[in-house]
Design a protein around this ligand. Structure first.
Ligand SMILES: [Zn+2]
Length: 342
């Protein structure tokens, strides 16, 4: 068992915040509520109440006109969409956005005293500088990473989710931060980005790694993809920013991958091992999750971080050709590493 405390950012308002499409809004809210109920099972938790961010903080990544738009729709009396039909806006949402962003800043503040922090409602990795996308009105992770970079910290991102973190990748594409993205991919599945050849530019050259798993991949492929964490070790970051999105579970309503809680437990175990070896700090997020197992997957990730080896499901296996594809992708990226990308 590892001895360190895990700070969990929590505000009762989280029970009522969802930026998801109305059809899955209830599932999103249930997920957060159930997570909090199950949190007592995780050892050495300390609850931290977040402070709201200031609106100017948003401008570090987003445009002035987009900030104005967020404030404007928040003042409207009706519910609508911020984008083509995924991300909702509702009366008073701007204050919720500031609370979500403030959770990241509060987390970073507490990492001066703690080794690891988890933000259940966070990891909005689709949002772009001038628009919302995929249930994500602002990019809280990019804003957090920019803060750490400004403090001169060496940062690595491990972005695990059923969907590629297109916004996070785009915003940090030219920044000196390592990005390892593990997600479901067939070239068409939302958001459609995440090609192997997207390796970063400028100061971010060779620092972006996209491990697209074939749709319907099981725990074995995911486990293989986690070998990418050896590259993270080599990069030697001071901060590990981890999105542990749980929508890759086999029972998720936005079904794409065929993972079980084992994958999230293993992710937590591997991140904790890495943290100890690097003596790094961990800022982690709940990411996406829209199914009956979402809360348990989140808790499984925390079990991994806190040294509880509790397995609730039988591991799943991928088709032979799919695990071969994953192995080829990982081997290619390892071969290219930090220097051999075009
Ligand atoms: Zn997702």
């Amino acid at each position: 068992m590892s001895g360190e405390l895990l700070g969990v950012i929590w505000d009762e308002r989280f029970n009522k915040i969802s930026f998801s499409h109305p059809m899955i809004r209830d599932i999103s809210l249930q997920r957060i509520k159930k997570f909090k109920e199950m949190l007592d099972n995780v050892p050495r938790i300390i609850i931290i109440k977040p402070e709201e961010a200031n609106e100017d903080d948003i401008l570090e990544v987003h445009t002035v006109s987009y900030l104005e738009k967020l404030k404007e729709v928040s003042n409207e009396e009706f519910i609508g969409f911020l984008d083509g039909g995924d991300t909702v806006h509702y009366p008073g949402m701007f204050s919720d956005i500031l609370l979500v962003l403030g959770s990241t800043f509060t987390g970073i503040k507490y990492l001066k005293f703690l080794e690891k922090v988890y933000i259940p409602l966070g990891g909005f990795h689709h949002s772009l500088p001038d628009r919302a996308m995929g249930f994500c009105p602002i990019n809280d992770v990019a804003l957090g990473v920019k803060t750490l970079l400004k403090e001169g910290k060496r940062v690595a991102i491990i972005d695990v989710d059923a969907h590629h973190g297109n916004g996070l990748q785009e915003i940090l594409y030219r920044d000196p931060v390592l990005k390892v993205n593990i997600f479901g991919y067939d070239g068409k599945f939302f958001p459609g980005t995440g090609r192997l050849e997207e390796r970063g530019e400028g100061k971010g050259r060779c620092l972006n790694f996209n491990v697209g798993l074939p749709l319907d991949s099981g725990d074995d492929s995911f486990e293989y993809a986690l070998r990418m964490l050896d590259l993270v070790y080599e990069y030697s970051p001071e901060y590990l920013v981890v999105i542990a999105g749980v929508d890759g579970h086999r029972n998720d309503n936005l079904k794409s991958l065929n993972l079980t809680t084992n994958s999230y437990l293993n992710l937590g175990i591997r991140v904790e091992r890495l943290r100890k070896r690097l003596n790094a700090k961990v800022l982690s997020y709940g990411g996406g999750g829209y199914g009956p197992y979402s809360s348990l997957c989140m808790i499984s990730f925390l079990y991994g971080l806190q040294g509880v080896n509790k397995r609730d499901e039988k591991p799943t296996q991928s088709k032979n050709e799919d695990i071969k594809k994953t192995k080829d992708v990982v081997k290619t990226l390892f071969f290219e590493g930090f220097t051999h990308c075009l």
